[in-house]
Design a protein around this ligand. Sequence first.
Ligand SMILES: [Zn+2]
Length: 288
Amino acid sequence: MKIYERMGNGTFLVTEGQVKYIEFECLNKYKDSLIHCMSTRSGGISTGKYKSMNLGFSRNDLRDNVNENFALFCKTVGLNTDSLVMTNQVHGTKVCQVDEADVGKGFTRESDIIGVDGLCTSTPGVTLVTFHADCVPVFLYEPGINAAALLHSGWKGTLSNIAACGIDKLKQLPGFDSDRLIVVLGPSIDFCCFEVSEDVYILFKEKYSNNEFYRYKGNAKWHINLKGIITRQLKDKGINVENINDCGICTKCRNDIFFSYRGDKGKTGSMAAFMQMKIQGASNEENF
Ligand SMILES: [Zn+2]
């Protein structure tokens, strides 16, 4: 049985057995064709600082535990683990289009998708996976052509505008219409908690001069509104402001639910974000 609990803006915390995950109302409208979700800390078998649903392979957790966490999580949300395609994130802006030839990359087999912080696909049955523990997950869905992209926009990716790169990649798909594009900025470190030193502040201020993105906290520290800047980047690419949804949830403030790199002082696990267009006419068990 699934229990839906509202949190943030248009966001649900879904509990199913031991597993808790996030869904967004604006994407649930398309649940006949789209599976989307983001994991939380809960429902896995990892221990210690990775307790319990650690989905990150790069954090020195036991590989078997992470594999088992993926199996548990995917079973809960109706995804086949064989359908996963993973980024290996480098805080860059490269977005890669993937299809059925790429399934399993980064999970069941070696990946040649290297140096990539975003994935997009228009192929049903292919599951896009990105990793997050404060960095902004950007979910993009174009319902008219049934295409999706998933981006990892940490501060470096935000500074170099991976959002624009993701939209440029989607624009290459036949029939893409930016007027229909729906965007969700998922749980990530928010304006309340994202503190940087002066050098990082200056890098941002040079590119995004608007004072509303910054708050001086004293002692040469600033807070930066990453989701505000990403929203500006999306608007600059012609995305309708009413189609841009900020879930309004801070991973550091809600460290009880989410892994937070800052909240856990670097000793933490990783969540993952998922998007897959369903294969029509097939039960999801049969997808690949
Ligand atoms: Zn916060």
